[in-house]
Design a binder for this molecule. Structure first.
Ligand SMILES: CC(C)(COP(=O)(O)OP(=O)(O)OC[C@H]1O[C@@H](n2cnc3c(N)ncnc32)[C@H](O)[C@@H]1OP(=O)(O)O)[C@@H](O)C(=O)NCCC(=O)NCCS
Length: 273
């Protein structure tokens, strides 16, 4: 069954739509599966695509990716004190460019990236009519990238680290309701609950593009592992929140504008550059 008309969407300059076969996606209610993507992935209006990629690339791939970076990104890479951090940044940006290039049908080096006042990256002048939206996040060698058509997005990934998931940090960053929910969890679920909360809050803040401009206690998310994701905010009706498992020991969350969109999770492979 064809779910969308082939060819470019009249509202989606440069983001081409191709037919998908029904049944080619498997989705779980809370933690969907990661799939190998089609060779030429296309974005439907009712979809949010999240890609995961490992940032420890070999030297050949890293070199190829580095050649696609813009001058500002290369300059930023040169300011990292540690080679590993620099290489992860280069890989992260190179893969972002490879993915943007494939959605926009452009060479990765030609994709122009600009920044909103609070540093959210967006497509730059010349691409402003494109309906493609994106956001990215990285943690401990793993990156996730979210894409949609016309829906603002925020995505976050975190490695679950017991040493970070302390009550003092939760007290500083979480709303009272979230703190109470965290304290009510059995101890073996607390680290996961902490990072479910953290990634959901970050994804919302990043969808709004607001950085530190949104008080973190001005909205609440659910955090009990296995329970439905909920977001309670003044503009909560505008957004849908989904969590996913990027890899064992990591949690991720994406917040996208609107309701009823499907989340597709894909593995990035070097051949997709
Ligand atoms: C800007 C911010 C959202 C980045 O989050 P982070 O966890 O440090 O880093 P992530 O790996 O998740 O995301 C980094 C990417 O976010 C993007 N980004 C930067 N500013 C952004 C903004 N205002 N909105 C959306 N995305 C942004 C960039 O692409 C960046 O990638 P880059 O390093 O290649 O430039 C974060 O620093 C911040 O301001 N958070 C406020 C909320 C907070 O304190 N939460 C605590 C936990 S509840």
């Amino acid at each position: 069954m064809v779910l969308a008309r082939p060819g470019p969407c009249e509202n989606c300059n440069r983001v081409h739509f191709l037919p998908f076969k029904a049944g080619s996606r498997i989705r779980m209610p809370l933690m969907p599966d990661w799939s190998e993507p089609p060779s030429d992935p296309m974005l439907h209006k009712n979809e949010v695509h999240v890609w995961r990629a490992h940032l420890d690339c070999g030297p050949d791939l890293l070199s190829r990716l580095s050649q696609t970076l813009g001058a500002d990104e290369t300059a930023r890479a040169s300011r990292f004190a540690f080679a590993r951090d620099r290489d992860h940044f280069v890989a992260g940006r190179g893969i972002l460019r490879a993915l943007l290039g494939s959605y926009l049908d452009q060479h990765p080096a030609e994709v122009a990236i600009a920044y909103e006042p609070e540093k959210k990256p967006v497509l730059s002048a010349g691409l402003e009519k494109s309906a493609l939206r994106f956001n990215l996040s990285h943690s401990h060698g793993l990156a996730v990238y979210a894409f949609s058509c016309e829906r603002e997005l925020g995505v976050d990934v975190e490695a679950i680290r017991a040493e970070v998931a302390g009550e003092d940090i939760a007290e500083r960053h979480f709303a009272p309701q979230e703190l109470a929910e965290l304290r009510g969890l059995p101890s073996e679920l607390r680290d996961q609950g902490f990072f479910l909360c953290w990634t959901r809050k970050e994804a919302y803040v990043k969808a709004r593009g607001a950085g530190l401009g949104i008080p973190l206690d001005s909205f609440t998310v659910s955090l009990t592992p296995g329970a439905p994701e909920t977001l309670s905010a003044a503009d909560g009706q505008r957004w849908t929140l989904r969590s996913f498992e990027p890899a064992p020991g990591y949690v991720g969350a994406v917040v996208g504008e609107g309701r009823g969109w499907n989340l597709l999770l894909w593995d990035w492979r070097p051949g997709q550059q």
